[in-house]
Design a protein around this ligand. Structure first.
Ligand code: FEO
Length: 170
């Protein structure tokens, strides 16, 4: 059985992961509008991944006999100045999510809730990957100064990213 506090915080994380999906979908739409279909694909896949993160916690709350409470999802931004600004926001957002995951681990350990701690370790590893991917994108964009031939080549590269539901590979 989950404590009330743990249940509440896990529900907040479901909402945060759904917001992440919404944020990346908004970024995908922004890139579609700029005819950068590779960047749009990368963000679309990222949004799909975030939905699987939300659903992993959703399933976990139910498995532990908790109650899922779905709250309103905040509206994401609509516009950005350029590609570099988007990538910077992705990186900063992932750092924020990492902090949220670490706070959840701290809570689970304080409560001696080993089941939740164990479930969250998947997210701890995932966040290392998420930050690395976001940082790589940002650094590549900075390297090409976010423009010209380099931008089109990177767009072609990002078009190759495919969605894999890693939450099912356990
Ligand atoms: Fe669900 Fe991007 O972390």
């Amino acid at each position: 059985m989950l404590s009330n506090k743990m249940e509440e915080q896990l529900n907040k994380q479901v909402n945060a992961e759904m917001y992440s999906a919404y944020l990346y979908l908004a970024m995908s739409a922004y890139f579609e509008d700029r005819n950068l279909s590779g960047f749009a694909n990368w963000m679309y896949v990222q949004a799909q991944e975030e939905m699987t993160h939300a659903m992993k916690i959703y399933r976990y709350i139910n498995d532990r006999g908790g109650r899922v409470n779905l709250e309103a999802i905040d509206a994401p931004p609509k516009e950005w100045d350029n590609e570099i600004q988007v990538a910077k926001q992705v990186y900063e957002h992932e750092q924020k999510v990492t902090k949220m995951i670490h706070d959840l681990v701290d809570l689970a350990r304080n409560e001696k809730d080993h089941g939740t701690d164990n479930m969250l370790q998947w997210f701890v590893s995932e966040q290392v990957e998420e930050e690395a991917n976001a940082d790589e994108l940002l650094q590549q964009l900075k390297f090409i100064e976010g423009k010209g031939q380099g931008l089109l080549m990177l767009d072609r590269e990002l078009a190759k990213r495919q969605f894999v539901d890693e939450t099912q590979e356990e």
